[in-house]
Ligand binder design. Structure first.
Ligand SMILES: *[C@@H]1O[C@H](CO)[C@@H](O)[C@H](O)[C@H]1NC(C)=O
Ligand SMILES: *[C@@H]1O[C@H](CO)[C@@H](O)[C@H](O)[C@H]1NC(C)=O
Length: 273
């Protein structure tokens, strides 16, 4: 839509700019895990590959015609770094053909929006660990993705136009139970609304919170945003239930804005944070 200014994506861009390389560096430092024996799963035929990919929230597959290229050992080293990502590898010609792979390629498959992101071309053969780490960190969007500077980048890279945020302190006692139900609700909106978790205990996330004009006292809260027209809404929520999340999302999709009803309340709270 012409004229939309994508304020939320712009905020993400401003927050993530410059931060990412630092984060990638940190991840790399913690790389020397003790059990380096663990490797990617070999996918030797098409059914095995299909099943492996469909079973994972995020699957990274190395499709290699040539196993001697340097990136293959870099690829192997990723398995230790990302314990919660499924790594597969294949050099089987039928598997490669099934996924339309004509060059050595590393692909990321995501359940949440059914995306396949591909790294390929000349550059990939000598790709360094930091680049591959960055690709994985950025694009590992899940059923519920925790917001951080890396995944913030990845939010640009999805066709899902509506983002729902649960802003909650991860250190709070009610976090685990609320998160469990938020995940349950996420399944209902898979491929329609991207569910994001924002830890209000992290100081840097204060910018996200004030962007949605939320006050500390209103947390935990839901915030919803549509990138297409910059429309947004919020709902302070003391207890997350599947039904409340569902009602909030459905209401937003129907064009209801709860924050309009709270306008007078917001007027009195201009001095925030
Ligand atoms: C795949 O790699 C194995 C070695 O790990 C090799 O024996 C096999 O011939 C390769 N297959 C193809 C199709 O290149
Ligand atoms: C491979 O390409 C064909 C034709 O472009 C397309 O129909 C098919 O869906 C592709 N397969 C995969 C797994 O992407």
């Amino acid at each position: 839509m012409e004229g939309a200014c994508y304020r939320w994506l712009l905020l993400l861009f401003l927050l993530t700019r410059g931060l990412a390389p630092e984060v990638a560096g940190e991840v790399e430092e913690s790389s020397d895990g003790p059990d380096a024996s663990q490797g990617p799963v070999w996918l030797t035929d098409v059914p095995a590959a299909v099943e492996f990919i469909s079973a994972a929230e995020v699957a990274i597959i190395g499709f290699f015609q040539d196993l001697e290229i340097p990136v293959v050992s870099v690829f192997h080293s990723m398995v230790q770094k990302f314990q919660d990502v499924s790594f597969g590898i294949s050099n089987d010609s039928e598997v490669l053909a099934h996924y339309n792979i004509t060059k050595n390629s590393i692909s990321l498959f995501r359940l949440v929006d059914n995306e396949q992101l591909k790294l390929e071309g000349e550059d990939i053969e000598n790709m360094e660990a930091t680049q591959l780490i960055r690709f994985i960190e950025t694009n590992s969007l899940r059923l519920v993705t925790e917001y951080n500077p890396m995944t913030g980048f990845g939010l640009f890279n999805t066709l899902i136009e509506i983002h729902l945020l649960l802003v909650i302190n991860k250190a709070s006692p009610e976090y685990a139970e609320n998160m469990h139900r938020y995940r349950e609700a996420a399944r209902l909106f898979q491929r329609k609304i991207l569910f994001i978790l924002v830890d209000s205990g992290i100081k840097e996330n204060g910018k996200v919170i004030s962007f949605f004009k939320l006050k500390e006292s209103q947390l935990p809260a839901l915030a919803i945003y549509r990138t297409l027209d910059d429309q947004w809404d919020t709902l302070p929520i003391s207890e997350v239930t599947v039904e409340r999340v569902q009602n909030f999302c459905d209401g937003f999709l129907e064009g209801k804005l709860l924050r309009e009803n709270r306008k007078s309340e917001e007027m009195t709270s201009k001095v925030e944070l």
